[in-house]
Design a protein around this ligand. Structure first.
Ligand SMILES: NC(=O)c1ccc[n+]([C@@H]2O[C@H](COP(=O)([O-])OP(=O)(O)OC[C@H]3O[C@@H](n4cnc5c(N)ncnc54)[C@H](O)[C@@H]3O)[C@@H](O)[C@H]2O)c1
Length: 405
């Protein structure tokens, strides 16, 4: 029989997961602490711009396979997908995860499977297991496992199904049950391991990305120092059969890569040296871009920031270096800065500069500061920006005299 599922936390991870499971014929209870979000979802509308999700949610809400609640409902499987932000001193804040575990405890029945999907420091799944055993000593059979999510914003529905997954239980039976659950809808391979290793796998993946992007950013700073085109240098270095340098940018953003490395570093401070160094390089790169653009403003020129999202072709502003740089630039130089963000209908709350259409930016004066690799920016015809001053932190702008690397 297909299990019923309660998904706690209906954001970028939880909502597509809930909608996908409901679409596969499972009975899904979606739970979120935000009343506003629950009201939106109950009407079959969604709050995230993620291809395909709104249609799935609308259908699932209409046919009753997905219902929206403020407290966890009884189910065979519980999926926890609440945020795990950084607190003071870059320490992971587990409040949401522990609150979710406390909230689901009364809804547990004998034989339940609890899956933590929130990116979490090593040992969190064990903490949840301990908490649930304390809160429900009357239940003998609870399986607790960690199932890290690897989805890419913009392609979440597709990747939920296609990506390979790791699932790690607190005991072999929990692992087996978690693997069986994911095999219900995952077409990629599902690998079983134990919980702490699964937790570290997820953190290692994101720290790998962060460290390697920091390397590319450090190269861009060094190339800038020597007046060299880092894109050309990297393209040529990558011709080496065993070299694959990533792309520099204005810094790393998003909820995961800019945050998760701290979870590893914080858990083993004496052992982690490269990971904190990569975070420091990231901060240095953001500062360097800000100073470069600031210098243009000080010359009296207007600067138009192209992009506020943390990466191309999405509207996600979380931990966005583009938003941070544009905000600070506009604060420093009131009236001199504007921004173009085709994926937003209005400027983010408190953003201290006007949001203008790309067409207006291309028609009017001002230097262009490319902060996000939206395809629409990469598609700007070179003749439309000929003679403009351009700071291209993403290496996407095609110029007449510089072939796109
Ligand atoms: N966004 C991604 O692409 C991605 C990818 C992989 C892993 N993750 C991880 O998944 C987790 C969730 O991320 P997200 O992007 O979906 O977050 P999100 O902020 O988009 O959504 C989280 C939701 O949880 C709700 N919430 C918070 N506390 C709650 C509680 N106690 N009970 C019920 N609801 C609660 C919030 O209202 C929010 O709607 C994080 O740990 C994140 O690191 C995210």
């Amino acid at each position: 029989m297909r299990p019923s599922v309660t998904v706690i936390g209906l954001g970028y991870v939880g909502l597509p997961t809930a909608a996908l499971l409901a679409g596969r014929g499972l009975r899904v209870h979606g739970v979120d602490s935000s009343p506003q979000l629950r009201a939106t979802l109950a009407e079959g509308r969604v709050h995230i711009a993620e291809p395909g999700v709104e249609a799935l949610v609308r259908q699932a809400v209409a046919d009753g396979s997905l219902t929206i609640h403020d407290t966890p409902q009884r189910a065979d499987v519980f999926v926890i997908a609440v945020p795990t932000p950084l607190g003071p001193g870059q320490a992971p804040m587990l409040d949401h995860v522990l609150d979710a575990a406390r909230a689901l405890a009364p809804a547990l029945d004998e034989g339940a499977l609890v899956l933590l999907e929130s990116t979490s420091p090593i040992g969190t799944t064990a903490q949840i297991g301990k908490l649930l055993r304390q809160l429900r000593p009357d239940i003998a059979d609870i399986s607790v496992a960690y199932g890290p999510e690897r989805v890419l914003p913009g392609r979440i529905l597709e990747e939920l199904v296609r990506n390979n997954r790791v699932a790690g239980g607190l005991d072999p039976r929990a692992t087996e049950r978690a693997v069986a659950f994911y095999r219900l809808f995952v077409e990629g391979e599902v690998h079983g391991t134990e919980a702490a290793s699964a937790e570290m796998v997820k953190l290692a993946e994101n720290a790998f990305r962060d460290v390697n992007i920091a390397f590319a950013n450090e190269l861009s700073l060094i190339a800038g120092h020597h007046g060299l085109d880092v894109w050309r240098v990297i393209a040529l270095a990558n011709l080496h059969p065993r070299v694959d340098i990533l792309r520099p940018g204005p810094g790393v953003g998003g909820h995961c890569i800019a945050v998760d490395p701290w979870f590893l570093a914080h858990g083993a401070p004496g052992a982690a040296r490269l990971i904190p160094a990569a975070r420091a390089v990231d901060a240095a790169k953001r500062d360097a871009v800000l100073e470069q653009a600031s210098a243009v403003c000080m010359e009296g020129e207007r600067v138009i920031c192209l992009g506020l999202a943390f990466k191309g072709d999405v509207d996600d502003l979380r931990e966005s270096p583009a938003l941070a740089i544009a905000t600070e630039l506009a604060r420093r130089h009131p009236g001199r800065v504007a921004a173009v963000e085709p994926h937003l209908a209005a400027a983010p709350p408190g953003f201290p500069a006007p949001l203008i259409p790309l067409e207006e930016a291309l028609m009017g004066p001002g230097a262009l500061l490319v902060l996000t690799d939206h395809s629409v920016f990469a598609g700007i015809p070179p003749e439309r920006i000929a003679g403009r001053r351009i700071i291209d932190t993403r290496g996407i702008i095609r110029l007449e005299n510089r072939p796109h690397a």
